[in-house]
Design a protein around this ligand. Structure first.
Ligand SMILES: NC(=O)c1ccc[n+]([C@@H]2O[C@H](COP(=O)([O-])OP(=O)(O)OC[C@H]3O[C@@H](n4cnc5c(N)ncnc54)[C@H](O)[C@@H]3O)[C@@H](O)[C@H]2O)c1
Length: 380
């Protein structure tokens, strides 16, 4: 299809969690066509899956290096234009680096890399090119999160004075208490996951969300992490105090051992005039609190929402859209930028957001290891 952006995918095979979300999301706004990739390190599984989703065998590659080499031999009109990286964390950096060096636009899963240093390196290469690089902090695509961002920007709740982000899951509970399962989970292995499990995996979503909706940068943090077992080097829970300034403070509470919780990301921002609250498990409700008026509940698709929020829902009010749609809005933001149609700040999370995410992870671990001290989110 000539008018579609040619998309390649690394990772995200039939055995993965996030692959299906990207495949569906990339299709939702009719912008992309998936034309090839590497979906599994096992070549026969890789080819089997690629064929299952309707790809030509000659665009299903042995590994990412071969993929880049072969794609570069093709005429530009056939070559992949954007490549999504959906592998375990340790592969993001080498894949993204090689893709950027060879002039492919990139959509990369979070955390962007496994170290801040790697993230800085990607930033340098990116700045020397004219390419698009998105990091899929998926939840920033929700229409009511975008509405929250716009309302805060317009001063609806006044100057911010308190922030509270919660991201609670319970799925690691049965894993962490079972040595066998623990050793089979890549998120608990530093060579695959990086220096952190909970903060790297979900704390980074909460941190990005906080900076996304407020439009401000966290300046310092103090963290208290929990590893639960002495022989486990990866945090599974953490509470992090954050400061934007002496007068604007709050907390990021994050856990993967909050037994029974599913995907409970909650965002609460309070200003001098009111507050805004949102929950990922019920994403179509944005609560506007005020001292002077009754509670208001805003929902997607209505004319009372901002233009940015309105372009982020596809259907009239009352037709619930969820996480697939949220991811689709990020894919759409990337497509709109590539086509020169991007209008709003925040249509997709950028490489700089990914970089700040890595700084957050490293500083949260540093603060905990220093004995729970305040650390600045400086680049050096
Ligand atoms: N944005 C979100 O909300 C969100 C949600 C879940 C996961 N993620 C991120 O997505 C990434 C993948 O997570 P997941 O839960 O889907 O992992 P997963 O283990 O379920 O799937 C990983 C996939 O990568 C493939 N893979 C492994 N090595 C590969 C290689 N060398 N080449 C090609 N493919 C390879 C595997 O076969 C599998 O298909 C992680 O970075 C994770 O943090 C993000």
């Amino acid at each position: 299809m000539k008018n579609k952006i040619r998309l390649g995918i690394l990772g995200g095979g039939g055995d993965s969690l996030i692959g299906i979300v990207h495949r569906i999301a990339s299709n939702m706004h009719d912008n992309y066509e998936i034309i090839g990739g590497v979906f599994n390190p096992n070549f026969s599984e890789n080819v089997k899956f690629g064929k299952e989703i309707g790809l030509n065998e000659n665009r299903i590659y042995q590994d990412y290096e071969k993929m880049i080499e072969e794609e570069l031999k093709l005429d530009k009109s056939e070559r992949m234009e954007v490549v999504s990286i959906l592998t375990p964390n340790f592969l993001h950096y080498p894949m993204a680096k090689k893709l950027l060096e060879n002039n492919f636009n990139v959509i990369c899963e979070k955390p962007m890399t496994t170290t801040f240093e790697e993230a800085l390196e990607l930033d340098q290469i990116y700045k020397s090119k004219k390419l698009t690089f998105a990091v899929t902090y998926t939840y920033t695509g929700y229409p009511m999160i975008r509405q929250m961002k716009e309302m805060i920007k317009e001063g609806v709740i006044g100057e911010i004075q308190r922030v509270d982000l919660q991201y609670y899951q319970g799925w690691i509970n049965p894993v962490i208490h079972n040595e066998n399962k623990r050793s089979q989970t890549w998120r608990l292995q530093p060579d695959k996951s990086g220096i952190s499990c909970c903060i790297g995996d979900i704390g980074t979503h909460a941190f990005d969300m906080l900076e996304y909706v407020t439009g401000m940068e966290v300046k310092e943090l103090l963290s208290d992490l929990n590893y639960l077992y002495d022989d486990n080097s990866m945090d599974v829970d953490g509470t992090i105090l954050v400061r934007f300034s002496d007068k604007i403070k709050g907390v990021i509470r994050t856990s993967q051992i909050a037994t029974g919780e599913e995907n409970s990301l909650k965002v609460s921002i309070y200003g001098r005039k009111g507050g805004l609250k949102w929950e990922q498990e019920n994403p179509n409700y944005l609560y506007h609190l005020s001292e002077s008026e009754p509670l208001k509940i805003l929902k997607p698709g209505h004319d009372y929402n901002s233009d940015f929020s309105r372009i982020s829902s596809k259907l009239p009010p009352g037709h619930p859209e969820g996480m697939f749609d949220s991811m689709a809005n990020i894919y759409n933001g990337v497509a709109r930028e590539i086509k020169g149609k991007k209008e709003f700040e925040g249509e997709y999370p950028t490489l700089n957001d990914g970089l700040r995410g890595m700084l957050f992870i490293e500083k949260a671990v540093e603060s905990h290891k220093n004995g729970n001290t305040w650390v600045k989110l400086n680049r050096n």
